[in-house]
Design a protein around this ligand. Structure first.
Ligand SMILES: [Zn+2]
Length: 103
């Protein structure tokens, strides 16, 4: 498990991402989310539009995991419709006070 910390975590610096298969997409990592104060994400079902909140801790995400790839590493199954066709969205700490969830 790659739990090593990345020495240069460039926040907001587009351009030099980690080598590999990046295609110029916004490939924010879990580490960058954490650095921005995020602790959780929302999971949206593309089948029935159910949505839920999962914390990074709950899913045991590691820092260099690409945020949008979380469903590839974690079996996120929609509870109502059993679909695995889900996508994850970040929860920004200051955005909308809809989260009644403090850690
Ligand atoms: Zn669903």
């Amino acid at each position: 498990m790659p739990l090593l910390s990345v020495p240069k975590l460039g926040i907001g610096s587009a351009g030099s991402y980690s080598p590999g298969m990046t295609r110029g997409e916004p490939t924010k990592t879990v580490g960058q989310s954490r650095a921005g104060g995020e602790k959780a994400l929302t999971v949206h079902c593309l089948g029935c539009y159910h949505e839920g909140v999962k914390t990074f801790e709950e899913l045991k995400l590691w820092n260099d995991m690409i945020f949008v790839d979380v469903p590839k590493y974690r079996r996120l199954v929609c509870t109502p419709c059993r679909s695995r066709n889900v996508k994850v969205m970040p929860i920004f700490p200051t955005a909308r006070g809809t989260m009644g969830h403090t850690s």
